[in-house]
Design a protein around this ligand. Structure first.
Ligand SMILES: [Zn+2]
Length: 203
């Protein structure tokens, strides 16, 4: 599991954090995910999971910074704004107090493809991953986390499957990795919790 390693070329402009009020909801749901160990840290010290919310209609979004998974509660200096990206150049442009999450490109393509989406969450859960694999839209086995291949695989699922309605997918090339999204962050978390309930009923 190499989630802590950023694979894109980052154009990071250091800037002040956003005001606490603007991040309240995002902070709340991030900490909830952490409380359920859906975002967290492995025994080897590598963090997993990330969460974002749309900042502007043009697709700019705020996302957790890289290597924040181990922290039980985040504050404004742990979030940063992704202002642009380029799949062909494997480039992410961000502005804020911390470098953007290694999975930023996957979040970026969901906001670009789905103007109705305002919140995106990437969690890890071994049991749920196994349960959902190929039962719901699943990214290509050959697409590693945080890569343009993963972003392209997500775009394909959004265009060619029921994903845009189902709002949750599993990443075959990234064991334990699951994404969900929604019109709100609350809706995105609901998709995860409802899948976890199905898993509980089936085991
Ligand atoms: Zn992951």
């Amino acid at each position: 599991m190499d989630e802590g390693y950023i694979k894109f070329n980052a154009r990071w402009k250091k800037a002040l954090p956003l005001p606490e009020k603007a991040l309240q909801n995002l902070c709340y749901w991030r900490n909830e995910m952490h409380r359920h160990s859906l975002i967290g840290v492995y025994e080897n010290g590598v963090g997993y999971g990330n969460i974002s919310s749309r900042l502007r209609p043009d697709g700019q979004f705020v996302i957790t910074g890289s290597a924040t998974g181990q922290l039980p509660a985040l504050s404004p200096e742990h979030f940063t704004t992704v202002t642009g990206f380029d799949l062909d150049q494997n480039e992410v442009v961000c502005s804020g107090p911390i470098i953007a999450s290694s999975e930023s490109m996957s979040h970026a393509v969901i906001y670009r493809e789905c103007p109705e989406v305002n919140g995106v969450i990437h969690i890890h859960h071994a049991g749920l991953w196994e349960f959902l694999l190929h039962k719901i839209p699943t990214t290509d086995a050959g697409a590693p986390y945080g890569s343009p291949e993963m972003a392209r695989s997500i775009i394909r699922l959004l265009r060619e499957t029921e994903l845009r309605e189902q709002k949750i997918f599993v990443m075959e090339g990234h064991p334990e990795g699951i994404f969900s999204f929604g019109e709100t962050l609350e809706a995105a978390t609901a998709a995860i919790f409802s899948s976890l309930r199905q898993l509980a009923l089936n085991t």
